[in-house]
Design a protein around this ligand. Structure first.
Ligand code: HSE
Length: 343
């Protein structure tokens, strides 16, 4: 499987690491033989149609920005769109930074990949939050796969669990803590009486927060994930503008204390059900609720018609965690191509 990697930040680098580390075992178990034939970043590209060796990938990582200075395979100034158009590959992995204003440049990368017959694996929430119904239709039209399991829950397979493991049931409602940064902030505030600003600064230092902190604390990141869950799991056709959203800026230590005195705490909860508008808002929940996880953890509860409530808990962010979701998606595509299924 020839792969074009678009974006070489934390997730992009982690993808090359995980592919190298799991290579032998995945070839053995799945006949999966991934070759990264190109990496495109903002300065240009590195291209080797025979596949960039693990040593070369390591050297590119070590050398850092700009990647296109590579003496053997560098193409300074070559755009990601040109790479996607001109380099032969089966899959594009799109891991550029999230942009929820117009979803670019990821949206153009993904549509270009579709139009040139390439499957797409992405961890980028922007294009899905703004145009998921159109993108899934375009993928179907071009008979290619679009997989995005790293967009919700990081390495924790929330989308896969609901879609595949609960396939025999009907999911009536979904509610969850879908953002590690806000959960970390609220946990620090309530358990350690740290101020909002201090907790946010720590989350940024630890690498959980988005580049633009408003994405996390004003609930946009959670809202993007609600959109993805609503479309993929509950067959809604919605985008970000359909979500009612309130962030955690106004949550005070006093409000957290009052909740605590009643055996509750406040969490930023994203939810969607069969009826009204999906919402993101700070919500008081009992400390005994399985959703009530601490720190940077994410948790989601699926309420189902027959199997009752199922809660999945795990780390929702991090380079290697998210890269494991990318590998999961690649294996999915590999298996489905081998079985000639397109579902
Ligand atoms: N900033 C996000 C979070 C990263 O804190 O959960 C993963 O989407």
């Amino acid at each position: 499987m020839r792969i074009i990697l678009v974006g070489f930040g934390v997730v992009g680098k982690s993808v090359t690491t995980i592919l190298a580390r799991r290579y032998a075992e995945k070839v053995k178990d799945y006949g999966f033989n991934p070759k990264i034939v190109a990496i495109a970043d903002i300065d240009g590209a590195v291209i080797n149609p025979r596949g960039l060796s693990p040593e070369k990938l390591e050297a590119i990582k070590q050398r850092g920005f700009p990647i296109s200075k590579d003496p053997d395979f560098g193409h300074p100034g070559m755009s990601a769109l040109d790479v996607i158009e001109s380099v032969e590959a089966e899959v594009v992995i799109e891991v550029t930074p999230v942009n929820i204003k117009n979803a670019e440049p990821a949206l153009s990368h993904i549509t270009k990949a579709f139009k040139t017959g390439k499957h797409v694996v992405t961890t980028n929430k922007g294009p899905l939050a703004l145009a998921m119904p159109a993108l899934t239709e375009l993928a179907d039209y071009n008979k290619v796969y679009l997989r995005f399991s790293g967009t919700v829950g990081g390495g924790t397979p929330m989308l896969e669990f609901a879609k595949r493991c609960l396939a025999g049931d009907k999911i009536l409602a979904i509610r969850g803590i879908l953002n590690g940064t806000t959960n970390y902030i609220l946990t620090e505030m309530s358990q350690n009486r740290v101020t909002f600003q201090e907790a946010l600064a720590n989350a940024q230092k630890l690498g959980y927060a988005e580049r633009e902190p408003s994405m996390d604390i004003d609930g946009f990141d959670t809202a993007c994930k609600v959109v993805i869950l609503a479309n993929w799991i509950m067959n809604k056709k919605i985008t970000l503008k359909d979500v009612d959203r309130t962030g955690i800026r106004d949550i005070s230590l006093q409000a957290l204390d009052e909740a605590s005195n009643s055996g509750n705490t406040i969490k930023l909860i994203g939810s969607v059900d069969g009826g009204g508008r999906p919402t993101v808002k700070p919500t008081e929940i009992p400390k005994t609720d399985p959703l009530c996880v601490s720190g940077v953890l994410n948790a989601v509860t699926f309420s189902t018609e027959f199997a009752g409530e199922q809660t999945l808990v795990g780390r929702g962010a991090g380079g290697m965690e998210t890269a494991s979701a990318v590998l999961r998606d690649l294996l999915y595509i590999r298996q489905h191509l081998a079985n000639k299924l397109l579902t």
